[in-house]
Design a protein around this ligand. Structure first.
Ligand SMILES: Cc1cc2nc3c(=O)[nH]c(=O)nc-3n(C[C@H](O)[C@H](O)[C@H](O)COP(=O)(O)OP(=O)(O)OC[C@H]3O[C@@H](n4cnc5c(N)ncnc54)[C@H](O)[C@@H]3O)c2cc1C
Length: 481
């Protein structure tokens, strides 16, 4: 007999309808499980509403605006782009609306998922309350994601500021200037996009470089590009106080001159969204970084799993998706022995600055930290004909291999479409394909993808030892006799 919505026992209740919760719900329903999905705000979570989707839509308009500014690079007359700030935002929202049906309540209900709108709270290890109704389940998946972390700066509670949760929908007109607090991926992506939209941008970074996860030369390259576009970057900045004076936000530092601007965007990291869940009542271990899980993504209560930003160190949509898929499988499998463990060894990511910065596996910084011996192959984009003819030859690739071997340890690409180019290396690493195989794979000419083959050619050249060359020279000489 079919049980009525909300009644009886679900196989899975997923809390949060962002990437992790949606994948959990769709996956479980697709395999024939009875699943409920709870969302307190917008279906689609951060990625669709306040993250990847609106930011990349803005970035695409900003890129075109910059190309028009740079028209001479393509042999056109110098010109300045004509655009209305608000229309760029309208277009961003229209693009987002085009994707939204994929994550909608209607779509998920059509997949057989019972969707409940409201804030979820555990009331017992097998019971959760939402909107005054109790749902019972064999398993729960905490997929409540993360929120912007607000730094403790004197005066912060008394000044207005934007975060990723507000900037895409609450910014109503063009700003003259904006301070971007934080020089990580979100600060860099949005800082550059707003600068290209004509907003004077100051990026304030506490550490000694932008994009601190990347190698120093990569971060330096991005910073140099920012400077050329008129973005000011303030490194090693210790913020002291923030206030509003004469309609402007004024940010003071421990040393150095204060900065003032029309507005401030906070992009200083993420904090887990777990307060409402009442995790203490069910004994789920957690700390300021999120919900703690074992290698099977189970919390300290084994029937309660966690996926996505709420537990992942690497907070991306694709890692939320990755962990949710493992959770779906592990809930279905009845024995711990057969459950899948999470393997973080090959995780790509991309920062969508222009040029993009894409990364998988180890970079030099991480290899040195882990004391891993490596060989390094660097290919400047200028060596790639397609990049040259497209006037997009600013950038490079760095490929690390295990010392004296073609085993790929990691790749960083700084280039237009680097996020797409990276996947040859991602697949190679996952499938344990070495640089030697990439070198012998035909790559279409002229493509940006030749970047990978050129790195592989560099590896091949290292195999040509003086001894091998001597033998070849002898063979050639013999053939001439
Ligand atoms: C500006 C920005 C740009 C980004 N760009 C990229 C990118 O280009 N590529 C990429 O891979 N990643 C990007 N990210 C990161 C990506 O958005 C997140 O990693 C991803 O959204 C995490 O998905 P999630 O399902 O774990 O959490 P979320 O998407 O945060 O979803 C969690 C959901 O749970 C709900 N919720 C929370 N608590 C409760 C409760 N008690 N009851 C009911 N519901 C609850 C929330 O309302 C939310 O909808 C970006 C993030 C930001 C902020």
């Amino acid at each position: 007999m079919l049980e009525r919505r909300g009644e009886g026992i679900y196989n899975v209740v997923a809390i949060g309808a962002g990437a992790a919760g949606l994948v959990t719900a769709a996956g479980t329903a697709g395999l024939g499980g009875r699943v409920a999905l709870i969302e307190r705000n917008l279906m689609g979570g951060d990625c669709l509403n306040f993250g990847c989707v609106p930011s990349k839509a803005l970035i695409s308009s900003a890129r075109l605006i910059q190309q028009i500014r740079d028209a001479e690079k393509w042999g056109l007359d110098r010109q300045s782009p004509q655009f209305v700030f608000e229309k760029i935002f309208d277009r961003m929202r229209a693009r987002r609306a085009k994707i939204a049906p994929n994550d909608s309540q209607e779509r998920f209900e059509s997949l057989g998922v019972d969707v409940f709108r409201g804030e979820a709270r555990f009331v017992s290890p097998h019971e959760i309350e939402v909107d005054g109704r109790k749902l019972r389940a064999k398993n729960f998946v905490i997929a409540t994601g993360s929120r912007p972390a607000i730094p403790k700066i004197e005066g912060i509670e008394s000044v207005p500021y934007f975060t990723n949760e507000t900037i895409f929908d609450e910014l109503k007109e063009k700003l003259e200037s904006m301070i971007v607090l934080g020089g990580g991926p979100i600060g860099c992506e949005l800082g550059q996009a707003f600068s290209r939209l004509g907003v004077k941008i100051d990026i304030v970074q506490r550490g000694s470089e932008l994009l601190p996860r990347e190698d120093r030369d990569v971060a330096q390259f991005v910073q140099t590009g920012f400077a050329a576009e008129g973005i000011s970057v303030h490194l090693n900045a210790t913020t002291k106080r923030v206030s509003k004076q004469d309609g402007e936000i004024v940010l003071e530092f421990a040393d150095g001159n204060p900065l003032s601007a029309d507005a401030m965007l906070i992009a200083t990291g993420r904090t887990p969204s777990l307060r409402a869940l009442d995790l203490e009542t069910v004994g789920v271990d957690h700390d300021e970084h999120g919900v703690k899980v074992n290698e099977y993504l189970q919390t300290s209560q084994r029937h309660i799993y966690a996926a996505g930003d709420i537990t992942n160190q690497l907070k991306f949509t694709h890692t939320a998706d990755f962990t949710a898929r493992i959770v779906v499988r592990n809930i279905l499998v009845p024995f711990q022995l057969l459950r899948q463990t999470v393997d973080w060894s090959v995780v790509p990511w991309c920062t969508y600055t222009d040029p993009e910065v894409a990364h998988v596996g180890l970079n030099e910084k991480q290899a040195k930290q882990k004391k891993v011996e490596y060989d390094l192959f660097v290919v400047p984009l200028e060596d790639v004909d397609r990049a040259v003819v497209e006037s997009e030859d600013a950038g490079f690739a760095k490929i690390l291999t295990a010392k004296s071997s073609d085993k790929i340890l990691g790749a960083t690409i700084v280039a237009p479409h680097a996020g797409d180019l990276l996947h040859e290396f991602v697949l190679a690493m996952s499938a344990k394909i070495g640089l030697g195989t990439i070198a012998s794979t035909i790559h279409a000419y002229p493509t940006f993808a030749e970047l990978a083959r050129k790195a592989a050619d560099k590896y091949n050249k290292t195999r040509l030892t003086p001894r091998a060359k001597k033998i070849f020279t002898w063979l050639y000489a013999r053939a001439r006799k």
